[in-house]
Design a protein around this ligand. Structure first.
Ligand code: G3H
Ligand code: ZN
Length: 272
């Protein structure tokens, strides 16, 4: 049994990488990579991934089971939930943490709704992340110009009681080039002012070197999705191009899973 609480994992490591599980092979690859690197890791399932699978339970329970059987400390997190009932379901299923994302709402409504979610989930021992500053790219448009104000972040954490805060510091979701320009001064300022772990979203757009610098500056949870999807899909495409007669999915999903495992191990070692 190596399912651990998200809080314990964050306490045990300087930084924790959180990778998105889109399908079963992602979860298997991420955990194989974590075992290779000898590092704890977070499997996260987004509201969008749950929708894709017709509900949270199938992919969520698979992720929880993989985590229980993993050879390394693993937490399971609900990512970017905009719907409170999905948060409640994740808590019921046994997720160790949730992100309630009301960042696109007016700040006051974000604060009020997040505070309720935090109280309810924390009462069940679940770690709660929220977002302030609407990190770009969620709707497909990259808006890396958005920034989280440190004073507002401190007030938001005090007003909601959240355990972790996603902040806008220059990254943007779903970038396929690793060319984001992070504001390291702001990360340091936020890390010094905000009393809970900071979360970097849209980390696929961040270069290796800047991921290390972001952790050095104080980022604690690093969310990566698009980058490993790229690794996965390139490997599938390569196999199918190499052998157009393939029909057994295991023959192309297997190599893709291996490629993601290797990249996850490399990234975990990079920020260790
Ligand atoms: O919440 C998930 C992450 O922020 C992933 O973003 O796909 O740009 O790496 P990404
Ligand atoms: Zn995100």
């Amino acid at each position: 049994m190596t399912l651990v609480s998200t809080a314990a994992l964050l306490d045990a490591q300087r930084a924790v990488l959180a990778f998105n599980v889109v399908q079963l092979e992602h979860g298997e690859a991420i955990l194989r990579g974590a075992e290779l690197a000898g590092r704890g890791v977070i499997l996260q399932v987004s509201e969008n991934a749950a929708k894709y699978h017709g509900g949270l339970a199938p992919i969520g329970l698979a992720s929880l089971e993989l985590a229980r059987e993993a050879g390394t400390a693993t937490a399971v997190h609900l990512d970017h939930a905009e719907d409170e009932t999905l948060v409640e379901e994740a808590v019921r299923l046994g997720f160790t943490s949730v992100m309630f994302d009301a960042a696109t709402l007016p700040d006051e409504e974000n604060r009020e709704r997040t505070a309720v979610v935090a109280r309810t989930a924390q009462a069940q021992g679940v770690w709660v992340e929220a977002e302030l500053g609407a990190i770009g790219g969620k709707g497909g448009a990259h808006t890396p110009g958005v920034r989280t104000d440190p004073g507002e972040a401190v007030a938001f954490v005090a007003g909601t009681g959240v355990d972790g805060l996603a902040v806008a510091v220059g990254s943007s979701h779903a970038m396929t080039s690793r060319s984001a320009t992070l504001d390291f001064g702001l990360i340091r300022e936020l890390a010094a002012a905000v009393p809970v772990p900071l979360v970097l979203h849209g980390s696929s757009g961040v270069s290796d070197e800047d991921l290390v610098r972001a952790v050095d500056a104080g980022m604690r949870k690093i969310n990566i999705s698009t980058h490993i999807n790229g690794v996965f899909t390139r490997a599938v495409r390569e196999r199918l191009d190499a052998d157009p007669s393939l029909v057994d999915p295991r023959k192309y999903l297997g190599p893709a899973r291996d490629a993601v495992a290797a990249e996850v191990a490399r990234l975990l070692t990079l920020v260790a």
